[in-house]
Design a protein around this ligand. Structure first.
Ligand code: ZN
Ligand code: FE
Length: 253
């Protein structure tokens, strides 16, 4: 199975999964890059997966469905036009014609009904988790974000994480403020800077990598607690308080 990033807009990736014949796409905010890739590689689009309702994730649906009758998977708890298969926690889906079965995780936080798709070794997390960061809390709470990030953190370290935005370098700038001393993060930053300088994506990342460098997954680390204390003037009493303060800090960073 090949998983290809199709850049869209300023910093989105539409992930295209294919086996050389059939393809599925995750969060096609724009139809153009998808149609171009399908045509160029002689692939047939077999399914569409949606994680949440934001326009940069669903904007290409109408055009992609103009001449196709294919399943569109998406969260039941969000009202998304064109979704044919509304999904809830615990559902599993098979992509027609592709040897891929995915499990549905409900991870509300960025939006109220946000879902992620998981198969052993692969996670499509939408805008819930980014490399070195996480999605803004538009509709959900810090408690929900904590629950989502804990679920992700508990996955196998080798799990490849397919985030939908190239935010890694700006997230790493914040990560440096939120945890000044982290040699693994410094090494990762140099690696990601080299990738971006060569116009390469920094994604997918892995769960093991994120556990080591993502401050939002490190809210019990003394260095993160120290930085939050210094920034806000009060010591967070719990990991949740630390996460809440980190997210608010990042919003204005
Ligand atoms: Zn979003
Ligand atoms: Fe987005």
């Amino acid at each position: 199975m090949n998983i290809i990033p199709l850049p869209a807009f300023r910093d989105n990736y539409i992930w295209l999964i294919h086996d050389g014949q059939r393809a599925a796409v995750v969060d096609p905010g724009d139809a153009e890059p998808v149609l171009a890739y399908l045509a160029q590689h002689g692939l047939e689009l077999a399914a569409i997966l949606i994680t949440h309702h934001h326009a940069d994730h669903v904007g290409g649906l109408k055009r992609l469905l103009e001449h196709r009758r294919i399943p569109v998977f998406g969260p039941r708890k969000e009202n998304i036009e064109y979704v044919t298969h509304p999904l809830v926690e615990g559902d599993s889906i098979a992509i027609p014609g592709l040897e891929l079965e995915l499990q549905v995780l409900e991870v509300p936080a960025h939006t109220a009904g946000h879902i992620a798709y998981f198969a052993p070794g692969i996670l499509f997390c939408g805008d819930t988790l980014f490399s070195a960061g996480c999605g803004r809390l538009f509709e959900g709470t810090a408690e929900q974000l904590q629950a989502a990030l804990s679920r992700f953190a508990a996955l196998d370290g080798d799990t490849e994480v397919y985030c939908t935005h190239e935010y890694t370098l700006s997230n790493l700038a914040f990560a440096r403020a939120a945890e000044p001393h982290n040699p693994e993060r410094d090494r990762y930053l140099a690696h990601c800077e080299a990738l971006r300088a060569a116009s390469e994506p920094t994604l997918p990342t892995t769960i093991a990598q994120e556990r080591q460098i993502n401050p939002f997954m490190r809210t019990s680390e003394p260095g993160v607690i120290e930085a939050v204390t210094h920034q806000t003037g009060r010591r967070p009493a719990t990991a949740l308080a630390c996460l809440t303060a980190l997210r608010a800090w990042k919003d204005v960073f």
